[in-house]
Write a protein that binds this ligand. Structure first.
Ligand code: SPQ
Length: 426
């Protein structure tokens, strides 16, 4: 797709699609609950559709109507053996969270995904689940999908996770629902807590202390209605675009600002910017607000430590923001970027370098010396949705034309991304 510099301000109001992490969890936890869960604001992107198809294949009746999903849950022990392999598509969340649930089932399952997902590390879930007594292995023995699970009794464990990962934490907590005692997970820093909030809303017993979360087994999960706020990881592209395109003013309504996900807003403050928040609301423990973004000049900053898990998926577009800001931005402790849908350190560095930015990769992040004018280039995305949307934002203030390869991969998390961008450009 060819994108051009946008020389007029971006103006208008948008509702970005529902939060991807919460959408996945609504289908999973709704399926394990007794009764009918109604979810509104659901993200009908390819990743969440993979989750729906896996649970339908295990006998759960799920109706999708636009952004409303009705899930007829069958209780903690109500899933049935699927017909053939479960396909998680491109979705790491589907595969890792589902692994935890499948570890507690009385039937064997084969789980796979697309070419990208088959290269992503799964030992991070195989290891703790095996410690719990689960029968789970990588089919080819390389620590990646396809994964094979089989029935086994699970024990509660205390797991000290080497990575701050909501997928690992959620996988172990979901397996803990089927264990013979309590299960706890301690992380090096707090990752997104949507699983904990939703399980609690459905009646599970959880407690949190510092970076440790503990779940009690065999809860009676009861269906509940879920209002899913807009995804801050999708809002991030319009936040960045509004900050860099001259004279822009954008209102993003009902964006999730859960404190485990709002790191980008903190970074913008560190860069000298302000995002106005209005109409704060809380539903199901999840906070949301309207965000007002006005173009501002920003300066570089250092992004590291416990802030990283709070903005991990926003780092590619934060790097774009840093390339347009004055001074140096250092991103550290972000080695997890290498094992996402693509190696997001390498791809961000080659994208911005080909557009004229001064940027270098480091072992665990990157250093961006911002403020140089950018120009259009041909951008390889490796079919990574977040790379395509970041390239689109970078193109808006870059001279000439930018050619985004495999631009349609935005369908993973934001199918109407280009249409929404056009609305603000009109
Ligand atoms: O689901 P998937 O493919 O892993 O999606 C990504 C994304 O950019 O959309 C990561 F590539 O988001 C993850 C996120 O990085 C979604 C997620 C979740 O819903 O629990 C948690 C994060 O991953 P992790 O490995 O840090 O737990």
């Amino acid at each position: 797709m060819i994108m051009k510099k946008h020389s007029r301000p971006l103006k208008g109001q948008l509702q970005v699609p529902g939060d991807k992490s919460i959408s996945h969890r609504s289908v999973m936890i709704g399926s394990l609950a007794n009764g009918t869960t109604r979810t509104s604001g659901f993200l009908a992107g390819a990743d969440c559709l993979s989750t729906i198809s896996c649970f339908r294949n295990m006998g759960i009746d799920i109706a999708l109507d636009g952004t409303t999903v009705t899930i007829h849950g069958k209780g903690l022990h109500g899933l049935q053996a699927p017909d053939g392999t479960l396909d998680c598509g491109n979705s790491g969340t589907t595969m890792r969270l589902l692994s935890g649930i499948l570890a507690g089932q009385q039937f064997p399952v084969r789980l796979t995904g697309d070419a990208s997902l088959q290269t992503r590390p799964m030992r991070r879930v195989i290891d703790p689940l095996s410690t719990m007594g689960a029968d789970i292995r990588s089919e080819s023995g390389n620590g990646c999908a396809p994964l094979l699970t089989a029935p086994a009794g699970l024990h509660g464990i205390r797991y000290a996770s080497p990575v701050a990962s909501a997928q690992v934490k959620s996988c172990v907590l979901l397996a803990g629902l089927y264990a013979d005692g309590e299960t706890s997970v301690t992380e090096p820093a707090i990752s997104r807590n949507h699983t904990e909030l939703m399980l609690q809303g459905f009646g599970a017993q959880l407690s949190a202390s510092g970076t440790t979360v503990t779940v009690q087994p065999e809860p009676e999960l009861t269906a509940a209605d879920i209002l899913i706020p807009g995804d801050i990881s999708s809002a991030a592209y319009f936040i960045a675009a509004g900050l860099i395109v001259p004279d822009s003013e954008i209102l993003l309504t009902n964006v999730g600002i859960n404190p485990t996900r709002d790191g980008m807003l903190e970074v913008i403050r560190m860069m000298g910017g302000t995002i106005q928040t209005e109409n704060r609301q809380i539903s199901g423990g999840e906070t949301s607000a309207d965000l007002i973004i006005r173009q501002q000049s920003l300066h570089g900053c250092t992004i590291a430590g416990g802030l990283i898990p709070r903005l991990i998926d926003e780092l590619p577009v934060i790097a774009v923001l840093a390339a347009y800001a004055d001074g140096t931005t250092v991103i550290r402790d972000a080695q997890e970027l290498k094992v996402k849908e693509s190696n997001r350190i390498d791809l961000v560095v080659s994208m911005l370098r080909s557009m004229g930015a001064e940027i270098e990769a480091t072992e665990d992040g990157m250093i961006i010396r911002g403020g140089k004018p950018l120009h259009g280039a041909s951008i390889e995305t490796n079919k990574d949705h977040r790379m395509a949307m970041s390239a689109a934002v970078a193109s808006l203030a870059a001279d000439g034309e930018t050619d985004i390869k495999d631009a349609e991969c935005v369908s993973i998390s934001y199918p109407q991304f280009y249409e929404d961008l056009k609305k603000l450009q009109a």
